[in-house]
Design a protein around this ligand. Sequence first.
Ligand code: ADP
Length: 404
Amino acid sequence: MRILVVNCGSSSLKYQLLDMDGERIMASGLMERIGEPIGRVSHRTQTASGPIHQVTFERTMTNHRAAFREAIRQLTASATGAIAGPEEIDAVGHRVVHGGEAFREPTLVDPAVLDAIEKTIPLAPLHNPANLMVINIARELFPYIPQVVVFDTAFHHTIPPHARHYALPWSYYEELGVRRYGFHGISHRYVAREAARRLDLPLKSVNLITAHLGNGASICAIRDGASVDTSMGMTPLQGLIMGTRAGDLDPGVMMYIARRLNMSVDQLEEVLQNESGLKGICGMNDMRDIQKAAESGNERARLALDMFAHRCRHYIGAYAFELGRVDALIFTAGIGENDAHIRAACCGGLAPLGLELDPFKNQAPEDHHGEISAAGSRIKAYVIPTNEELEIARQTVKVVGSLG
Ligand code: ADP
């Protein structure tokens, strides 16, 4: 079965074509700066042994429709495309950021589903409109191909009420949907499944703490294979310190800043979304730059690293306590997969709690099948590269397969 996975942001569109017999990537691409005067297209067609065609060029794409058409053009180009025509695609899997209360699992798209996604727009005004637009375009261009929506929030629907709700007037939940939803669910689920495989245990019986540390970052507590708590909340602003997002904050601080600086709600959101986090602390949001600056004596960069790790440890500790038994701690995403210093800082001093890293393995996890914990560590630790596209494709296959 060939699955086209589409992951689209407000000005970008990422895609991957997978042959699910063998879970092989046939082609992938990224359209950037959609709607700007000059956009950028990157596309690669590949076989099991590597890329056979790779292009990057500039092209104006006035909207997501133009970007999607360009992606299909690249996928089906006569000399270099992965397939002869769109009829060779069996299903399209779309990543949708927010599924609200309605969506607890991947779902086949029909008009009622589109209506329900439309209703979640107030909860994710930056992401869901673009997701919805591309689903509509794909349906229009390929009405005969099944479209499946896979939600970043769905994995967290198992979070119990005591961890799900905010202590606010109850009507805000009932009337406005204010509650914790959690994000990065596609990634947390993918690495949880991979971790269970490495532990040689059924997913249904593993307790894990998964740390997705990228530009956006969240930690998830997983009991018996299901999410029971996560650091992100109603929006992806809560929890860990991120590239440009503050994470947990005394709500009183927001009122204070808004009053003192005479800020509108939109201005405040802009600060919390794009000017805070690591960037707010030290002026940089790329962890590689921050590590370099800290090494050369930049104190604010050092503080940013310490604050980042401190917040991670706070959640790891809380979730270890909440779970009682932890089989493994998993690091994933850009920072989690690549930054040995941050991993060490997150786990330092936890030997009495049963978690001890092996410093050599931590420097080169790929040489040890991702395992970075010391031989005697009761809690294992792994670095597992995330693969959200593959997870979306797997879930799409499940939905399409069940159609009979
Ligand atoms: P997102 O998908 O949320 O945009 P990624 O998962 O790609 O984010 O992670 C981006 C982050 O990973 C950036 O902060 C980047 O600096 C960090 N990163 C990538 N490679 C490395 C590395 N080798 N060492 C440290 N940090 C890294």
